[in-house]
Design a protein around this ligand. Structure first.
Ligand SMILES: [Mn+2]
Length: 326
Protein backbone atom coordinates (compact mmCIF):
# COMPACT_ATOMS: atom_id res chain seq x y z
CA UNK A 1 0.00 0.00 0.00
CA UNK A 2 1.31 3.44 -0.93
CA UNK A 3 2.67 5.46 1.94
CA UNK A 4 0.58 8.28 3.37
CA UNK A 5 3.64 10.16 4.59
CA UNK A 6 4.56 13.47 2.99
CA UNK A 7 8.34 13.44 2.42
CA UNK A 8 9.22 17.15 2.55
CA UNK A 9 12.51 16.88 0.70
CA UNK A 10 11.30 14.36 -1.89
CA UNK A 11 7.78 15.36 -2.96
CA UNK A 12 8.05 13.24 -6.12
CA UNK A 13 9.27 10.20 -4.13
CA UNK A 14 12.36 9.26 -6.10
CA UNK A 15 15.04 7.11 -4.52
CA UNK A 16 18.35 5.79 -5.81
CA UNK A 17 19.69 2.65 -4.20
CA UNK A 18 23.48 2.94 -4.12
CA UNK A 19 24.90 -0.54 -3.89
CA UNK A 20 28.20 -0.66 -1.99
CA UNK A 21 29.35 -4.29 -1.78
CA UNK A 22 32.54 -3.55 0.09
CA UNK A 23 34.17 -5.34 3.00
CA UNK A 24 37.80 -4.22 3.39
CA UNK A 25 36.92 -1.67 6.08
CA UNK A 26 37.09 -4.68 8.39
CA UNK A 27 38.58 -8.16 8.19
CA UNK A 28 35.69 -10.60 7.73
CA UNK A 29 34.64 -11.72 4.27
CA UNK A 30 30.95 -11.92 3.36
CA UNK A 31 29.65 -8.44 4.13
CA UNK A 32 30.22 -7.57 0.45
CA UNK A 33 27.30 -9.93 -0.28
CA UNK A 34 24.88 -7.76 1.71
CA UNK A 35 23.57 -5.53 -1.12
CA UNK A 36 22.90 -8.46 -3.45
CA UNK A 37 20.93 -10.29 -0.78
CA UNK A 38 18.90 -7.23 0.26
CA UNK A 39 17.91 -6.78 -3.39
CA UNK A 40 17.21 -10.49 -3.79
CA UNK A 41 14.87 -10.30 -0.81
CA UNK A 42 12.83 -7.62 -2.57
CA UNK A 43 14.20 -4.29 -1.35
CA UNK A 44 13.49 -2.57 -4.65
CA UNK A 45 9.98 -4.02 -5.00
CA UNK A 46 9.21 -3.13 -1.37
CA UNK A 47 9.98 0.54 -2.02
CA UNK A 48 8.04 0.54 -5.30
CA UNK A 49 5.02 -0.90 -3.50
CA UNK A 50 5.20 2.10 -1.15
CA UNK A 51 4.94 4.44 -4.13
CA UNK A 52 8.61 5.30 -4.69
CA UNK A 53 10.26 5.27 -8.08
CA UNK A 54 13.53 3.42 -7.72
CA UNK A 55 16.80 3.46 -9.63
CA UNK A 56 20.02 1.63 -8.78
CA UNK A 57 23.63 2.78 -8.94
CA UNK A 58 26.63 0.48 -8.62
CA UNK A 59 29.74 2.63 -8.14
CA UNK A 60 32.00 -0.35 -7.36
CA UNK A 61 30.96 -2.52 -10.31
CA UNK A 62 33.92 -3.61 -12.40
CA UNK A 63 36.50 -2.13 -10.00
CA UNK A 64 37.53 -5.40 -8.36
CA UNK A 65 36.94 -3.74 -4.98
CA UNK A 66 33.80 -5.79 -4.30
CA UNK A 67 35.60 -8.90 -3.06
CA UNK A 68 36.39 -10.27 0.43
CA UNK A 69 39.37 -8.62 2.21
CA UNK A 70 41.41 -11.81 1.84
CA UNK A 71 41.31 -11.46 -1.96
CA UNK A 72 42.63 -7.91 -1.91
CA UNK A 73 46.36 -7.31 -1.97
CA UNK A 74 48.01 -6.90 1.43
CA UNK A 75 49.58 -3.52 1.98
CA UNK A 76 53.01 -3.41 3.53
CA UNK A 77 53.45 0.34 3.54
CA UNK A 78 52.95 1.25 7.21
CA UNK A 79 53.43 5.01 6.79
CA UNK A 80 49.71 5.30 7.46
CA UNK A 81 50.00 3.91 10.99
CA UNK A 82 47.56 1.30 12.14
CA UNK A 83 44.83 1.88 9.51
CA UNK A 84 44.38 -1.35 7.56
CA UNK A 85 44.07 -1.53 3.76
CA UNK A 86 43.92 2.29 3.38
CA UNK A 87 44.42 2.27 -0.40
CA UNK A 88 41.45 0.07 -1.29
CA UNK A 89 39.23 1.59 1.41
CA UNK A 90 40.03 5.09 0.18
CA UNK A 91 39.33 4.07 -3.44
CA UNK A 92 36.01 2.44 -2.62
CA UNK A 93 34.80 5.17 -0.27
CA UNK A 94 35.69 7.87 -2.80
CA UNK A 95 33.62 6.13 -5.48
CA UNK A 96 30.65 5.73 -3.15
CA UNK A 97 31.04 9.37 -2.06
CA UNK A 98 30.82 10.57 -5.67
CA UNK A 99 27.69 8.49 -6.25
CA UNK A 100 25.95 9.73 -3.08
CA UNK A 101 26.92 13.33 -3.87
CA UNK A 102 25.53 13.12 -7.41
CA UNK A 103 22.26 11.50 -6.28
CA UNK A 104 21.87 14.05 -3.47
CA UNK A 105 22.34 16.99 -5.85
CA UNK A 106 19.73 15.42 -8.17
CA UNK A 107 17.26 15.64 -5.26
CA UNK A 108 16.76 11.90 -5.24
CA UNK A 109 16.91 10.19 -1.87
CA UNK A 110 20.17 8.24 -1.51
CA UNK A 111 19.67 4.80 0.05
CA UNK A 112 23.14 3.31 0.40
CA UNK A 113 23.39 -0.40 1.16
CA UNK A 114 26.59 -2.03 2.39
CA UNK A 115 28.92 -3.43 2.82
CA UNK A 116 30.77 -2.48 5.95
CA UNK A 117 30.34 0.87 7.71
CA UNK A 118 33.53 2.44 6.28
CA UNK A 119 31.23 3.71 3.51
CA UNK A 120 29.61 5.93 6.17
CA UNK A 121 32.25 8.54 5.40
CA UNK A 122 31.06 8.51 1.78
CA UNK A 123 27.40 8.92 2.62
CA UNK A 124 27.97 11.61 5.26
CA UNK A 125 30.29 13.68 3.07
CA UNK A 126 28.24 13.11 -0.09
CA UNK A 127 24.88 14.04 1.43
CA UNK A 128 26.34 17.05 3.31
CA UNK A 129 27.77 18.33 0.03
CA UNK A 130 24.25 18.88 -1.30
CA UNK A 131 22.61 19.55 2.09
CA UNK A 132 24.91 21.66 4.29
CA UNK A 133 22.25 21.82 7.02
CA UNK A 134 21.74 18.04 7.20
CA UNK A 135 21.79 16.29 10.56
CA UNK A 136 22.62 12.67 11.32
CA UNK A 137 21.24 9.84 13.43
CA UNK A 138 23.96 7.19 13.78
CA UNK A 139 22.20 3.99 14.86
CA UNK A 140 24.91 1.61 16.03
CA UNK A 141 26.31 -0.44 18.93
CA UNK A 142 29.59 1.41 18.27
CA UNK A 143 30.51 5.09 17.92
CA UNK A 144 32.73 4.60 14.81
CA UNK A 145 34.71 7.70 15.79
CA UNK A 146 38.22 6.25 15.94
CA UNK A 147 41.24 7.73 14.18
CA UNK A 148 44.52 6.03 13.30
CA UNK A 149 46.14 7.09 16.59
CA UNK A 150 43.26 5.88 18.79
CA UNK A 151 42.00 2.74 17.02
CA UNK A 152 42.84 -0.56 18.73
CA UNK A 153 42.11 -2.61 15.58
CA UNK A 154 42.96 -0.40 12.61
CA UNK A 155 39.71 -1.39 10.89
CA UNK A 156 38.48 1.66 9.01
CA UNK A 157 34.79 0.74 9.50
CA UNK A 158 35.41 2.16 12.99
CA UNK A 159 36.50 5.54 11.57
CA UNK A 160 33.73 7.05 9.40
CA UNK A 161 32.31 9.59 11.86
CA UNK A 162 35.79 10.90 12.67
CA UNK A 163 36.68 11.10 8.98
CA UNK A 164 33.52 13.02 8.11
CA UNK A 165 34.19 15.42 10.99
CA UNK A 166 37.78 15.95 9.85
CA UNK A 167 39.20 14.90 13.24
CA UNK A 168 42.99 14.42 13.49
CA UNK A 169 43.35 15.26 9.80
CA UNK A 170 47.16 15.26 10.15
CA UNK A 171 47.33 11.53 10.87
CA UNK A 172 45.10 10.31 8.05
CA UNK A 173 46.59 8.01 5.45
CA UNK A 174 47.44 10.14 2.40
CA UNK A 175 45.02 8.02 0.35
CA UNK A 176 42.12 9.88 1.97
CA UNK A 177 43.11 13.27 0.59
CA UNK A 178 40.05 13.07 -1.73
CA UNK A 179 38.03 13.91 1.35
CA UNK A 180 39.57 17.41 1.49
CA UNK A 181 37.44 18.39 -1.50
CA UNK A 182 34.20 17.60 0.36
CA UNK A 183 32.69 21.00 1.03
CA UNK A 184 31.12 20.45 4.41
CA UNK A 185 32.48 18.74 7.48
CA UNK A 186 30.06 17.12 9.90
CA UNK A 187 29.69 19.32 13.01
CA UNK A 188 29.55 17.72 16.46
CA UNK A 189 26.16 19.27 17.22
CA UNK A 190 24.60 17.79 14.07
CA UNK A 191 24.96 14.11 14.96
CA UNK A 192 23.30 11.95 17.62
CA UNK A 193 23.94 8.31 18.40
CA UNK A 194 21.30 5.78 19.40
CA UNK A 195 21.98 2.22 20.55
CA UNK A 196 25.57 2.58 21.79
CA UNK A 197 26.99 -0.11 24.07
CA UNK A 198 30.57 -0.92 23.02
CA UNK A 199 32.92 2.07 22.83
CA UNK A 200 36.70 2.07 23.06
CA UNK A 201 38.03 4.21 25.94
CA UNK A 202 39.37 6.85 23.54
CA UNK A 203 36.00 6.99 21.79
CA UNK A 204 34.18 7.61 25.09
CA UNK A 205 36.57 10.46 25.83
CA UNK A 206 36.12 11.91 22.35
CA UNK A 207 32.31 11.72 22.38
CA UNK A 208 32.26 13.46 25.78
CA UNK A 209 34.80 16.14 24.85
CA UNK A 210 32.97 16.97 21.63
CA UNK A 211 29.63 17.05 23.47
CA UNK A 212 27.97 14.73 20.94
CA UNK A 213 24.41 13.66 21.80
CA UNK A 214 24.96 10.00 22.65
CA UNK A 215 22.01 7.82 23.64
CA UNK A 216 23.26 4.44 24.77
CA UNK A 217 21.18 1.38 25.60
CA UNK A 218 21.13 2.73 29.16
CA UNK A 219 19.15 5.74 27.93
CA UNK A 220 16.83 3.53 25.87
CA UNK A 221 16.10 1.51 29.04
CA UNK A 222 15.71 4.63 31.17
CA UNK A 223 13.52 6.79 28.93
CA UNK A 224 12.07 4.42 26.36
CA UNK A 225 12.80 4.59 22.65
CA UNK A 226 10.14 7.20 21.80
CA UNK A 227 11.58 9.73 24.25
CA UNK A 228 15.13 8.98 23.12
CA UNK A 229 14.27 9.67 19.46
CA UNK A 230 12.46 12.85 20.48
CA UNK A 231 15.45 14.06 22.52
CA UNK A 232 17.92 13.15 19.79
CA UNK A 233 15.99 15.03 17.10
CA UNK A 234 15.55 18.05 19.39
CA UNK A 235 19.34 18.20 19.82
CA UNK A 236 20.38 17.84 16.19
CA UNK A 237 17.39 19.36 14.40
CA UNK A 238 15.98 22.00 16.77
CA UNK A 239 14.08 23.86 14.04
CA UNK A 240 12.71 20.62 12.57
CA UNK A 241 13.57 21.95 9.12
CA UNK A 242 16.71 20.00 8.26
CA UNK A 243 16.91 16.71 6.40
CA UNK A 244 17.77 13.78 8.65
CA UNK A 245 20.38 11.29 7.43
CA UNK A 246 20.03 7.92 9.18
CA UNK A 247 23.12 5.73 9.09
CA UNK A 248 21.91 2.35 10.31
CA UNK A 249 24.37 -0.34 11.33
CA UNK A 250 22.34 -3.52 11.83
CA UNK A 251 24.48 -4.36 14.88
CA UNK A 252 22.46 -1.70 16.75
CA UNK A 253 19.77 -4.35 16.98
CA UNK A 254 20.29 -7.15 19.47
CA UNK A 255 22.05 -10.20 17.97
CA UNK A 256 18.78 -12.09 18.55
CA UNK A 257 17.38 -10.15 15.57
CA UNK A 258 20.49 -9.53 13.43
CA UNK A 259 22.90 -12.35 14.29
CA UNK A 260 24.77 -12.27 10.96
CA UNK A 261 26.89 -9.17 11.47
CA UNK A 262 30.62 -8.61 12.00
CA UNK A 263 30.72 -7.13 15.50
CA UNK A 264 27.60 -8.26 17.39
CA UNK A 265 27.15 -7.00 20.97
CA UNK A 266 24.43 -8.36 23.24
CA UNK A 267 22.04 -6.02 25.05
CA UNK A 268 20.88 -4.22 21.91
CA UNK A 269 17.67 -2.73 20.56
CA UNK A 270 14.64 -4.97 20.23
CA UNK A 271 13.29 -5.40 16.71
CA UNK A 272 10.41 -3.01 17.44
CA UNK A 273 12.67 -0.38 19.05
CA UNK A 274 14.85 -0.54 15.97
CA UNK A 275 11.90 -0.07 13.62
CA UNK A 276 10.39 2.67 15.77
CA UNK A 277 13.43 4.90 15.22
CA UNK A 278 13.02 4.96 11.44
CA UNK A 279 9.22 5.06 11.61
CA UNK A 280 9.39 8.12 13.86
CA UNK A 281 11.78 9.94 11.53
CA UNK A 282 9.64 9.00 8.52
CA UNK A 283 6.58 10.38 10.28
CA UNK A 284 8.23 13.83 10.62
CA UNK A 285 8.59 13.93 6.81
CA UNK A 286 12.25 14.89 7.26
CA UNK A 287 14.00 11.75 6.02
CA UNK A 288 16.97 12.89 3.96
CA UNK A 289 19.17 9.84 3.41
CA UNK A 290 19.47 6.27 4.68
CA UNK A 291 22.33 3.78 4.94
CA UNK A 292 21.88 0.11 5.88
CA UNK A 293 25.18 -1.64 6.57
CA UNK A 294 26.99 -4.64 8.04
CA UNK A 295 24.69 -7.53 7.00
CA UNK A 296 27.15 -10.44 6.64
CA UNK A 297 25.50 -13.71 5.52
CA UNK A 298 28.77 -15.64 5.86
CA UNK A 299 28.63 -15.16 9.63
CA UNK A 300 25.20 -16.78 9.93
CA UNK A 301 25.41 -20.15 11.63
CA UNK A 302 22.03 -21.19 10.20
CA UNK A 303 19.88 -20.23 7.20
CA UNK A 304 17.37 -18.74 9.62
CA UNK A 305 20.03 -16.40 11.00
CA UNK A 306 20.86 -15.23 7.48
CA UNK A 307 17.24 -14.64 6.55
CA UNK A 308 16.51 -12.88 9.87
CA UNK A 309 19.39 -10.47 9.34
CA UNK A 310 18.64 -9.68 5.70
CA UNK A 311 14.91 -9.27 6.27
CA UNK A 312 15.65 -6.97 9.22
CA UNK A 313 17.65 -4.81 6.79
CA UNK A 314 14.70 -4.75 4.37
CA UNK A 315 12.34 -3.94 7.26
CA UNK A 316 14.45 -0.93 8.25
CA UNK A 317 14.15 0.37 4.68
CA UNK A 318 10.39 -0.23 4.49
CA UNK A 319 9.82 1.55 7.81
CA UNK A 320 11.91 4.51 6.66
CA UNK A 321 10.13 4.75 3.32
CA UNK A 322 6.69 4.92 4.80
CA UNK A 323 5.35 1.52 5.74
CA UNK A 324 3.13 1.69 8.81
CA UNK A 325 1.72 -1.14 10.90
CA UNK A 326 -1.89 -0.20 10.29
MN1 LIG B 1 29.02 0.95 12.62
Amino acid sequence: MKTQIDYKFYPTKEVTIISAPFSAGQGKGGVEKGPGLLLKHGLREDLEALGWSVSIKEPLKGTGLDVPPSELEEEFDRSHGIAKRPTVVAQATERVYRAVKEVSHQKRLPLTIGGDHSIGVSTLAGFLDANPDACVLWIDAHADINTPETSPSGNIHGFPVALAMGLSREVWPKQFSWLDEAKNKLAADRIAYIGLRDLDPCEKKRVRELGIAAYSMYHVDKYGIAKVVEMALARINPTGKSPVHISYDVDALDPLFTPATGTPVRGGLTFREGMYIVEAVAETGNLGALDIVECNPDLASTDVHEIDTITAGCAIAKSAFGETLV
